[in-house]
Design a binder for this molecule. Structure first.
Ligand SMILES: Cc1cc2nc3c(=O)[nH]c(=O)nc-3n(C[C@H](O)[C@H](O)[C@H](O)COP(=O)(O)OP(=O)(O)OC[C@H]3O[C@@H](n4cnc5c(N)ncnc54)[C@H](O)[C@@H]3O)c2cc1C
Length: 454
């Protein structure tokens, strides 16, 4: 019998268009291994919502592998030591893995490559991060030229079919997924996640199919939080249940501004990873120095009100409650809620980034850090700090009345004219007054920024 190969899985929990699986299967029997390594990422171990999703994704992959007579081996501990140990145990010739670019994974890949034959593949981005460069060979720092250059290189290779997997003569021992306790029991806060999401590759494909029928309307509808105008593929893409190449290819032959805009959003995902490759601790520090001098407010009360959706700004509160309940928030509302925290409440963007990290099912080191720094104005490519979003006019402009009714039920009875900014006469006693008025907040933020600029 041929020597087995090991497939080391991380955020690439799929069988189709999975080059590590393909390469391993082509060489003989395959042992797929996932290691839960909470220490390696330091303060960046997956948050609560991500752990919930991870359980579902591993469970789905395990089911699919078992259907093929294969298995998913689960280990907990130091990823490098565990992968090396399983490789030794099964006498693996080679470890195949898809490249990941979070700094802790880059280090793990270097460490593992020093111990055994590690074969890394590209597969979780449209183009390998670092491969889109300007004429000078330098990577891009700004999205627009990055996207323009990337478009010239796309489409990439065709997606790969799922492999046929042969089993080794014997299987190494595996943990039981339930023993990892990735999902909450008491208190069980995950009811809204269960209602909203199905994890795994088949669900990712179904979400893509569902979106394809709506892709032509993406431009018109993507900013309207009250309707399902976007794909909701983000957690599936984050966990690698579907590859962006598969999504890109599914759009082939479809034309129109909706499809182009959607492709542009997929390119933001590649761009964000490109930023992290250049600045590995980007989600931890403001890129622009003046933001270190900004007199951020320390207000645990205001931060908690924002987290709990009790700021008195209905659109912000609706978004924060959608996030808490379902682990996801509409992109337009993410921008409004993030801007509100940073500019209206003058609270350091990193507090918000951390909250999103813990509560989003799509929490992603690159996407989260890059978007928070974009909204706050502190990033390498960023919205200017002095452009202060007005939550009330955003709420009206993007027709959020239905969205607010869904997520802030105490305001559901209000007419459209009142619901974005309930007057004191209409506001029910159970709904808080605004933490701060828009004009006052704007002046405070601008003064703080002037002080920081010196
Ligand atoms: C403050 C803030 C924090 C964010 N944090 C995350 C995060 O942790 N993880 C995450 O995946 N997205 C994040 N985003 C980006 C965006 O909000 C989500 O990707 C999007 O809302 C997911 O919904 P969708 O799948 O329906 O997106 P669609 O509109 O259908 O877009 C398709 C895909 O493109 C990618 N994409 C879309 N917009 C962006 C963007 N601005 N940046 C990077 N990729 C994008 C996503 O993978 C998404 O699934 C954040 C945005 C903001 C403003």
């Amino acid at each position: 019998m041929t020597v087995p190969s090991l497939v080391w899985l991380r955020r690439d929990l799929r069988l189709s268009d999975q080059p590590a699986f393909q390469a391993a299967a082509a060489a003989g029997p395959v042992v797929a291994v996932f290691v839960l390594d909470d220490e390696r990422a330091g303060g960046r171990k997956p948050g609560g919502a991500s752990r919930w999703w991870l359980h579902g994704s591993l469970e789905a992959l395990q089911r699919e592998l078992e259907r093929q007579g294969s298995q998913l081996i689960l280990r907990r501990g130091d990823a490098v030591a565990e992968i090396a140990a399983v490789a030794r145990e099964i006498g693996a010739r080679c470890v195949h893995a898809i490249r990941h670019y979070e700094p802790w994974w880059l280090k793990a890949e270097r460490d593992l490559a020093g111990k055994l034959d590690l074969c890394l593949h590209d597969g979780n981005y449209l183009l390998p991060p670092g491969s889109v460069t300007a004429g000078s060979g330098q990577p891009y720092r700004i999205y627009t030229p990055f996207a323009r250059a990337a478009l010239r290189m796309l489409p990439g290779r065709d997606p790969l079919a799922p492999p046929r997997l042969a089993s080794p003569a014997s299987w190494p021992k595996s943990d039981r997924l339930e023993d990892w306790k990735l999902r909450p029991t008491r208190p069980d806060w995950a009811g809204g996640l269960r209602d909203r999401w199905t994890c795994g590759e088949a669900a990712a494909q179904a979400a893509l199919d569902d979106f394809l029928d709506r892709a032509a309307d993406y431009e018109a509808k993507r900013n309207l939080p009250a309707i399902e105008g976007t794909s909701r593929l983000s957690p599936h893409l984050h966990f690698g249940e579907i590859s962006p190449g598969q999504v890109w290819q599914a759009l082939e032959g479809r034309r129109g501004v909706g499809v182009d805009t959607f492709r542009g959003e997929l390119l933001w995902r590649d761009y964000a990873q490109n930023v992290i490759l250049q600045f590995p601790d980007y989600p931890e520090h403001s890129f622009r120095g003046e933001f270190d001098r900004l007199p951020w407010r320390r207000s645990p009360g205001d931060l908690a009100a924002w987290q709990q959706g009790r700021t008195g700004y209905p659109i912000v509160d609706a978004g924060m409650r959608q996030l808490w309940t379902t682990g996801w928030m509409h992109n337009r509302v993410r921008m409004i809620a993030a801007s509100f925290l940073v500019k209206h409440l003058l609270i350091d963007w990193r507090e918000g980034e951390r909250w999103f990290w813990d509560t989003l099912v799509d929490a992603d080191y690159a996407n989260n850090g890059v978007n928070w720094q974009w909204v706050s104005g502190s990033g390498v490519d960023a919205n200017m700090f002095v452009r202060i979003m007005a939550p009330l006019s955003q709420s009206e402009k993007f027709d959020a009345a239905g969205y607010i009714r869904d997520w802030v039920p105490e305001l559901a009875h209000l007419p459209d004219g009142e619901i974005h900014d309930p007057s004191p006469l209409c506001r029910p006693a159970s709904y808080p007054e605004p933490l701060i008025g828009h004009r006052e907040a704007r002046e405070r933020a601008l003064a703080a920024y002037r002080e920081a600029k010196g």
